[in-house]
Design a protein around this ligand. Structure first.
Ligand code: ATP
Ligand code: MG
Length: 204
């Protein structure tokens, strides 16, 4: 077979493959007709969970949607996304205190968690909100600071069109079951392990 003929064959094969792929993708697009608020979980030990959540908030706000953010744990720390998104009209609710390894006060942590959760319940019943990010919420369930049934009921009863993103490591399996989309970020390596401290604009 001449080189020319071989190239012709592979081009034709490629075209056929792409045509088949297009048919498959098109049929999946056609059958995905449901439209409703999604529950998205970004969990795992790797870096990229909160940034993914905030990236989606930026994406939504860029389309003129209304979003709000609740941040568990990171009460008093600086947060680049907050500086930006608050200016774009995104309301933030944060835990007023720091957290256990700073405060060493479990009762205070629980009270702070419950206070943010009350705010979350307002957000999760507000039909004017298209997207709510619950950053680092998984820990509140693994420490049992919040009642799992209450969290599930609140998520289930939220406005039908409202999207919710939950981030944090070791997400409770009941939340994973409830979610529509779940991604696990795996850590292959992290700069911190090589003694590099958290970098402004990258880690916070
Ligand atoms: P980011 O906010 O950068 O998306 P994250 O939300 O996935 O990170 P968290 O578990 O919330 O990660 O951790 C918060 C901080 O810890 C961030 O500064 C992040 O860079 C850092 N971090 C994330 N993953 C790791 C890891 N595997 N080892 C060490 N530090 C990490
Ligand atoms: Mg995070």
């Amino acid at each position: 077979m001449t080189d020319e003929k071989m190239t012709g064959n592979t081009t034709e094969k490629h075209k056929q493959r792409m045509q088949k792929l297009k048919e498959k993708v098109d049929s999946r697009i056609d059958s995905a007709t449901d439209e409703r608020g999604l529950l998205i979980v970004i969990t795992g030990n790797g870096k990229g969970k909160s940034t993914s959540g905030f990236g989606t908030v930026a994406r939504a706000v860029g389309h003129g949607l209304n979003a709000a953010v609740a941040q568990f744990i990171k009460g008093t720390w600086a947060c680049g996304e907050r500086n930006l998104l608050e200016n774009a009209g995104v309301k933030f609710s944060v835990m007023g205190t720091g957290f256990t390894w700073n405060t060493q006060d479990k009762e205070k942590d629980i009270a702070a968690a419950k206070q943010v959760w009350l705010k979350c319940k307002e957000l999760l019943s507000d039909p004017s909100l298209d997207l709510v990010l619950l950053d680092e919420m998984t820990y509140m369930l693994s420490y049992k600071y919040l009642d799992l049934d209450d969290v599930i009921e609140t998520l289930n009863n939220r406005p039908k069109h409202q999207h919710v993103i939950i981030t944090g490591r070791a997400c409770h399996r009941a939340i994973i079951e409830l979610a529509d989309t779940v991604s696990e970020v795996q850590s292959i390596k992290h700069a911190f392990d090589n003694g590099i401290k958290a970098q402004k604009g990258i880690d916070w």
